[in-house]
Design a protein around this ligand. Structure first.
Ligand code: F0G
Length: 461
């Protein structure tokens, strides 16, 4: 019999050369471990975790080429060869003129916020990210969410849920004046919306408007290649363009960037700040010495800069991105088959389960997402992360933010897990879903002052 198969699998464009062995645990051991961790998956010991979906940050597998480059790192204190390689890669692939390396993304956010924000400034952004907003606030700014409303609706399958609602921006400019808005904080593939992309058309409109009002666009480009993949797949006129071309075009529509290289760029540590403005660069070079290290290493070892330079190029390969997002989509489809409520469309870096829909009998004050993350761990040793009321934290006046999205993030590290691992995760989510009605909520018994989701502790109700 002749078979005609038109579909090609998303299978990986690499094979394994080294593996890391894992400890297998029993349900009893996991119940004990999560209780000890105050029902906070951040406080688990990683050796007690089977499949670690806490984050896609710094958890990637490096390639043989990256490890090769790693060995050639130039560890000079000043003027390291590796710095110039990193600078060249950023200029070539992203097009930004000036760069300052930092040990990770939030360090770049700290420096940039200090330079650009004055007390009382408004920072519009397409949904907040925890560290980004905190640095904006610590610098005296006030964050204003200008993402489209669809981004706050888990089931709305708008193809570009990361888009900016320009009407919301016009309103802010009218209310406060453009001089109060140093920049628009634009993230590509918006993390907390569920890994949702911005369209090129939207970005072009934003560019036209902000240029007219002399407002910068600062690009949180942590997951820009994943965003480019979605533009290639979904946006008219981009299906023949390469991810490399699309990423370059995105960056060309912005004035500067902060980057956590721990995501897209396929490394375990690193980041940078980039700008096209000489004055901003000069100031950043002054500040990086205070917080990170000299401007030619910014808190990184030479070998780290080497690995990032190679990782940037690998992240822009079309086959890599197809396998990367393909694996995430595979997991999402498996979970949907079991009826597990997830954010749609499926995002770039993970599956976001709608905890409000999963555990409708819990109020948001009973921390449905935190509860679900703990239950997933108990069921199978899969570690996920709360992205709901705990992550959202408190306003300056002490009140809780009550985010519309109450999600559990199943974040997929790049080039780490197999399709069989994806099956285990989906089956475990289905198990927990089957007994959802018997699951009780949590109460918070310890709350740290900043970024409470990292260290808060809970007890079962
Ligand atoms: N911006 C975005 C969109 C991020 O997702 C992160 C980190 C940062 C900035 C900060 O970068 O961690 O290198 O300092 N996100 C991680 C996560 C922590 O799990 O989503 P960093």
């Amino acid at each position: 019999m002749k078979h005609t198969i038109n579909k090609h699998s998303w299978a990986e464009p690499y094979k394994m050369k080294m593996v890391e062995l894992l400890k297998m645990t029993t349900r009893q051991q996991r119940i004990k471990a999560i209780k000890k961790a105050g029902y906070n998956t951040f406080l688990l010991k990683s050796e007690d975790v089977y499949i670690d979906l806490l984050t896609d940050s710094g958890t990637n597998s490096m390639s043989d080429r990256q490890w090769g480059a790693f060995m050639t790192g130039d560890e000079a204190y000043a003027g390291s060869k590796s710095y110039y390689k990193l600078e060249a890669a950023i200029q070539k692939y992203y097009g930004y003129k000036y760069i300052v390396p930092t040990h990770q993304g939030r360090a770049a956010e700290n420096i940039l916020s200090k330079i650009l924000i004055k007390k009382g400034d408004i920072i519009p952004g397409n949904m907040y990210f925890t560290t980004t907003r905190l640095h904006q606030e610590l610098a005296g700014g006030i964050f204003a969410d200008i993402i489209i409303d669809e981004a706050h609706e888990p089931l709305n399958d708008h193809p570009f849920k990361g888009n900016v609602d320009l009407a919301k921006l016009y309103k802010l400019v009218k209310e406060h004046g453009a001089s109060k808005i140093p920049y628009v904080s634009l993230a590509t593939n918006v993390n907390l919306a569920g890994g949702q992309p911005v369209s090129m058309a939207n970005l072009k409109e934003l560019r036209a408007y902000t240029s007219q009002h002399k407002i910068r666009i600062i690009h949180d480009m942590t997951r820009v290649a994943e965003n480019a993949y979605f533009i290639q797949q979904r946006e008219e006129g981009y299906d023949k363009k390469t991810i490399k071309e699309i990423v370059f075009e995105i960056c060309s529509l912005t004035d500067g960037a902060t980057m956590s290289a721990k995501k897209d760029a396929l490394v375990n540590i690193g980041g940078f700040m980039a700008t096209n403005e000489w004055d901003v660069f000069e100031e950043a070079r002054n500040l990086v010495v205070v917080y990170e290290g000299l401007h030619t290493y910014g808190g990184l070892a030479g070998r780290d800069m080497e690995a990032i330079a190679v990782g940037i190029a690998e992240s822009l390969d079309d086959n890599h991105q197809r396998a990367r997002v393909g694996q995430v989509e595979y997991l999402g489809h498996r979970m949907m088959e079991y009826g597990v409520p997830i954010v749609k469309p499926i995002g770039g870096h993970g599956i976001f389960v709608d905890a409000k829909a999963f555990l409708p009998h819990l109020t948001q004050d009973q921390f449905p997402a935190q509860t679900l993350a703990a239950e997933m761990y108990i069921d199978s040793g899969v570690r996920t992360m709360e992205r709901g009321i705990v992550s959202a934290g408190r306003k300056a006046n002490g009140e809780n933010y009550y985010p519309q999205l109450e999600l559990v993030r199943f974040t997929i590290p790049r080039r780490v897990y197999t399709q069989a691992h994806m099956d285990v995760i989906a089956e475990s989510a289905a198990n927990v879903y089957d007994k959802r009605k018997s699951i009780k909520g949590l109460k918070m018994v310890y709350e740290p002052k900043y970024l409470r989701f990292f260290q808060a502790k809970f007890q079962k109700m």
